[in-house]
Design a protein around this ligand. Sequence first.
Ligand code: ATP
Ligand code: MG
Length: 575
Amino acid sequence: MRWSNYYLMTAREAPRDAEVISHQLMARSGLIRRLAAGIYTMQPAGWRTMRKLMAIVRREMERAGAVELSMPAIQPAEIWEESERWYKYGVELLRMEDRHGRRFCFGPTHEEVVTDLVRRDVKSYRQLPINLFQIQTKFRDEIRPRFGLMRGREFIMKDAYSFDANEEGLDRSYRAMHAAYSRIFEACGLEFSVVEADQGTIGGSSSHEFMVLADTGESAVASCAACGYGANVERAEVGELATPAQAGDEAAREVETPGTTTVAQVAELLDVEPARVVKTLIYDTDEGLAAVAIRGDREVNETKLLNVLGGLGLRLATAEQVEAATGGPLGFSGPVGLPAGLRLVVDESARQVAGFVCGANRGDRHFASVSWDRDVASARPIEWVDVMTAEASDPCPRCSAGELRLSRGIEVGHIFKLGTAYSEKMNCTFTDEHGRLHPAEMGCYGLGIGRTAAAAIEQGHDRDGIVWPAPLAPFAVVLSSLDPGDEAVRSAADSLYEKLVDTLSTGGFDVLYDDRAERPGVKFKDADLVGFPVRVVVGARSLKGGGAEVSARGDGEREVVALDQVSDVVLGLLG
Ligand code: ATP
Ligand code: MG
C-alpha cells in the first residue's frame, strides 16, 4: 500500500475527551474517529488492526472446534421476555419499535438468539456438543462510555456459545475455550492473566476473566505470586486474618461516645485497635433492608454483598431508613438488640473478634466487650458470610505461603458457565439415549475486539507513540522514501517496495510505503506515532552508505543493509 494513496491522517493533538493513552494514541494515529459518545468509525489503519486480531480469534476458535455464524443485531422483544432479561437488563439495553409498533432491541449479547436457534435444530444428544461463534457489532447503552474503544456503546465482540448434554461436557467445552483464549492473547503478544470472576446475578458455576495488565485498567485484580491464585477484586477471597488482641470475658457495657460516628474516632476515644470495633452498615436492597457487620478496619465488598443479599442492586440506607430500622441515628448502628425481623449478615472477619466495640443503636452510645454468642446470637439469627474487600498484603486464601498483590487490568475476555439458566427458561431441550428430555448445559464466551486493540496500546507505547506487538500492527513494516523527488531514490525505493511485498506477504507481513511528498521529520514522527514494528528508510544518504537503513520500533538501533538483503533482515526482526 502506498501512503500517498492510503487514508491515514495523523494529528498532533488528541481530542479533549481522550483521558487514557490508548484513546489519545488511537485518535492521533488516525485509527479511530468519534461519531457520537461511545460510537466510533474504525478508520482504515484501525480496521486493519481489528482484522488481524479477528483473524487470530477465528483461527483459534476454529482450532478449538467452534463454528462461525452470523446472528442478527436487531432482536425481537419476545425472546428477551422468555429469558426475563427484557425486564432485568435495564437501561443498557437499547430498545426500539418498528413501524407496526413491534418491540425490538439492538443486541448487547446473543444468548437469547442462539438459544432460540439451537432449540429449533437440536433434538437429540447425538447432535451435541455444539459451539457457535460470531464476530459482530453489539450495542450497550453504557452509563459512562469512555476511553475510546475500551468502553464504547457500539463495539465489536467475538461471542461464542456452547451447548452440551451434561456438566462434564460443559466442563470440556469451557476448558477448550479457556485454552483458546490463552492462545489468542499469546498470539497477540500481550501480557495477560486469567482470574476468577464474579458470576453476578446470572448464576452459574464458573467464570474467568482474561485481563491485560495495565495501570489504567478499570478492574482491580488480586493475585498470589506463590501459588498463582488470581481473582477479580469483586470476588477475591482472603485467607485468615490475624486476630486482634483478645479482651477478657467481661460483660458488655454501654459507654458514652459523643460525636463519634467513624471507626477511627471510636477506636481512639476508647483506646482500642480499629480491628476490635465492629462496624454495622444498613443497606437498602430490592428485598428490604439488611444490617451488614464487618471488622472496623475492613471494607464491605458490595459485589459480594449483592450476591449474598440477592436482588439487582443495593445502596446504603438513608438516615431516615436507618433510624426506622434500628431505632438509633446513622453512625451508631450495631448488632446488639436489632429487631429480629431485620436481616443481619456478618462478615467472617468479625467472628474472631471477642469483646468487641459496636454501635448501641442510640445516639452517642457504643457497647464495649460485646460477644457474638452471648449478646447477639442468643437473641436473633446471624448469617455468617464473606463480604470483605481483599487488600494488598492480605494472606492468600489458597496457600499458606503467599500474600495477595493488587494490580490493575483491562478485562478483554470473559468466559462463563451458564448451566441451564437459559435453556430451561427458553425450553432448549434434547432427548438422551433413554428418550428422556433435558435442558442443554450452556456456556458463553465473550472477547472484545476493540478493547483488546486498545489494551495492546496501553501495554505498548512510549513518548513517541504506539509500540505495537507485530501481530496487531496495522502494517508490520513502513518503508520511508526520504527524497521522493530524487529519481535514483524513487526508483530504488519503488523496487525495494515491490520486493518487500513479494517476500513478506508469504509470512503474512504487510508493508506501507511512505512515498508522500513530506519532509523526513514528518515521516519519522508519523512512523513512530502509528508504531510500525519495523522501519526501512531509503534516501540519497542511505544509498550512498550502501543501501537502506533498517530499525525496529522501540529500540532505536539502526543498521545499514544492502538493498538485496533488506527483506531477510526485516524478516529476522519480525521473528
Ligand atoms: P465490563 O464489566 O467491562 O462492562 P462485561 O462484563 O459487561 O464487561 P461481557 O458481557 O462479559 O462484559 O462482554 C464480553 C467482552 O466484551 C468483555 O470482556 C469486553 O472485552 C467486551 N466489552 C464489554 N463491554 C464493552 C464495551 N462497552 N466496550 C468495548 N468492549 C466491551
Ligand atoms: Mg458491562
